[in-house]
Design a protein around this ligand. Structure first.
Ligand code: ADP
Ligand code: ZN
Length: 193
């Protein structure tokens, strides 16, 4: 159990697109609210799929959030909140090392830090900030989606352009939905070339 008196910790919720990371973040934060702990939820300014000021899962659950671009802004707003949640950590327009340092700083000062984000980009390479946080975290949960090709557990986010795999030299971050990304298993994932 994690109550404020338990001290700081980092929890990472990772997985491919549609694996339920935001749903899980929202579930944990609803419990924090029921426990009447102070909290802040942050969402990156780059994530333009939904209205500013909330985190929203693909299944439609929503929670109010503060839209920011950098770790410096997160730290300015986090103040002495017991719980700091950061959705889509891989999408922040900031130095990955700064993102990691900020999460560590918050946890070292006693906050429960809950981070959700993609572990792998569309080329199936780790996102640097997530990779480090996965190693530093007290708790890691890797979630799975369902492969749209075969129905197995999916761990990869396939980016498609006109139904074909996006080339390896495309930008790493392109925000998009079901028309652009598919959840796929290792066997069905087509590497970018
Ligand atoms: P994430 O934050 O990991 O992208 P969300 O929490 O936003 O995931 O959304 C998860 C929801 O996406 C699921 O509950 C389901 O309703 C929906 N979904 C759409 N496509 C898939 C898929 N291929 N596999 C699993 N869930 C999917
Ligand atoms: Zn598959």
């Amino acid at each position: 159990m994690t109550r404020p008196s338990d001290g700081g910790r980092i929890e990472v919720i990772c997985g491919c697109m549609y694996s339920g990371k935001t749903e899980e973040l929202i579930r944990r934060m609803r419990q924090v609210r029921i426990a009447r702990q102070s909290y802040r939820i942050f969402t990156p300014r780059m994530d333009t799929r939904y209205a500013e000021g909330q985190v929203a899962s693909h299944s439609g659950s929503r929670l109010e959030a503060i839209t920011v671009a950098t770790m410096r802004e997160i730290l300015a707003h986090a103040q002495d909140a017991h719980v700091v949640a950061i959705d889509e950590l891989h999408l922040f327009d900031d130095d990955p090392a700064e993102m990691v340092r900020g999460c560590q700083w918050l946890a070292d000062r006693g906050a429960r830090v809950i981070v959700a984000g993609l572990d792998l980009n569309y080329r199936a390479e780790p996102f640097p900030a997530m990779m480090h946080l996965l190693a530093l975290a007290e708790q890691v949960d890797k979630l799975y989606a369902i492969c749209v090709k075969c129905g197995a557990y999916a761990t990869r986010s396939q980016r498609l352009i006109d139904g074909k795999p996006a080339p390896a030299n495309a930008p790493t971050i392109v925000v998009g939905g079901l028309d652009m990304y598919e959840a796929r298993c290792r066997a069905c994932y087509e590497p970018a070339v």
